[in-house]
Design a protein around this ligand. Structure first.
Ligand code: ASP
Ligand code: MG
Length: 423
């Protein structure tokens, strides 16, 4: 068994979907589970739809129409025969979405969000599965919610490994007696009450890793619009180089610090079963890409990971006492309550500093909570820079013209929170 994962960019229009069919023709010659994300930026659009519906916004219907139009254009281009059943299937999904946004609103935004946002993956997989069958790439469409089971923590469903394993073994694996390719959705799961959950934004990679784990796959391939894992984001660096091989440990660190080619949760399930992960280009599929596995030829390429739009929060007890364990417990509880993840933490005698993504929805609430107990100061619009395999020259170079607000180093990794000097 092997797992292929195609993200939004690889299926963003009819031409891209034709390219996916080509890749499958050439590379899906053994039993393959194909995990697919929503097309292009559909998830963002569905997020807008969920938000508009929840706010009772007058644009709700027009956002829905826009999403529908986009998908209709794609199927019109893919299928000459307008009586193909895919036209009805797509129509049915939009009817279901319509019902969703006509439902009375409950208090639970995250619940509604998941019931709406999941439809991006349902649409993309229905369309692509039908197109592959139409091209003679025979495959079976499966609803991932029937085997990826989660708790009811909407928008961040926690996967029930035991139950999902059983469902995959009993319901998914037997399908391969008569089929070579199964097409299913990334990113979504089901609860015991048959509601939909999502696994966190960009979670399709994680689904691919879970399915590899449950089916004991030989390998996973994530097909991307880049050549593999690069040592820096081309947005910030002119001369990037591809990293040929990475250990699971390296990959976990890089993704944890913010390398965005692979979702951070992806690596652990693969590492536990020693399943190699390939990151390959869908534009140049014959090229080698990057492989993530246990043992690699060691080359210590320096990697650079930049995270913009950070906020550096400094927290002090109001009575100027020392920061002690009970204060820390309070602070971490508040972070956990608001689902805020620390990108960097440092504590001194009288204050604790946190560098986190400046996500307005979460941070405002967090600051409000913290203000009740602590004196809270913050710097907005700072940048977190992480350098793996660093040396002093590199650090001096990158921090030039910037103020270093916070700095931390281990043997391999150097992190700085930076502010532009004129900010
Ligand atoms: N479609 C989802 C998202 O954009 C999941 C994914 O792409 O991995 O977040
Ligand atoms: Mg995506």
């Amino acid at each position: 068994m092997q797992i292929f994962k195609f993200g939004g960019a690889s299926v963003k229009d009819a031409t891209s979907i034709k390219n996916v069919a080509e890749i499958l023709k050439n590379f899906a010659t053994e039993k393959t589970i194909v995990v697919i994300s929503a097309m292009g930026k559909t998830t963002n659009k569905l997020e807008l739809l969920a938000h508009a519906y929840f706010k009772n916004d007058e644009n709700t219907q027009s956002i829905l129409n826009e999403i529908k139009q986009y998908h209709l254009e794609i199927i019109n281009e893919l299928f000459d025969n307008k009586s193909n059943s895919v036209f009805d299937e797509v129509e049915n999904v939009f009817t279901e979405l319509m019902w969703n946004i006509e439902d009375p609103i409950s208090q639970n935004y995250n619940f509604h969000y998941d019931q709406i946002v999941c439809m991006g993956e349902i649409l993309s997989t229905k369309i692509i599965s039908a197109y592959l069958n139409h091209c003679g790439i025979s495959n079976l469409w499966q609803d991932a919610r029937n085997f990826i089971q989660t708790d009811n923590n909407y928008r961040e469903g926690k996967v029930n490994y035991e139950l999902s394993q059983t469902l995959v073994t009993n319901n998914l694996m037997p399908l391969f007696t008569n089929n070579t390719i199964v097409v299913t959705q990334g990113f979504i799961g089901g609860t015991s009450e048959n509601y939909t959950t999502t696994l966190g934004r960009e979670g399709s990679d994680y689904t691919a890793a879970l399915l590899a784990f449950f089916t004991n796959s030989k390998h996973v391939t994530i097909w991307k619009d880049v050549d593999g894992v690069l040592n820096a984001d081309p947005k910030y660096f002119k001369n990037t180089s591809k990293i040929d091989e990475l250990t699971y440990h390296d990959a976990i660190e890089l993704t944890y610090f913010g390398t965005s080619v692979i979702h951070p949760k992806t690596i652990k399930p693969l590492q536990n079963k020693n399943i190699p992960l390939y990151v390959k280009s869908f534009i140049n599929p014959q090229a080698n890409g990057t492989v993530v596995k246990e043992h690699v030829k060691r080359v210590n390429i320096t990697s650079y990971i930049f995270k913009d739009n950070q906020i550096l929060i400094s927290i002090q007890p109001k009575d100027f006492s020392f920061i002690a364990e009970d204060n820390m417990a309070e602070i971490f509880n508040a972070m956990s309550k608001h689902k805020v993840h620390a990108n960097m933490i440092q504590n001194s005698a009288i204050s604790l500093s946190l560098c986190v993504d400046d996500d307005i929805n979460k941070i405002e609430q967090l600051l409000l909570d913290l203000h009740q107990q602590f004196k809270v100061l913050y710097n907005k619009n700072v940048q977190l820079m992480t350098i793996r395999n660093y040396n002093q020259d590199i650090i001096n170079n990158l921090s030039q013209g910037k103020t270093i607000l916070l700095e931390q180093r281990t043997r391999n990794t150097h992190q700085m929170v930076l502010q532009n000097e004129n900010d």
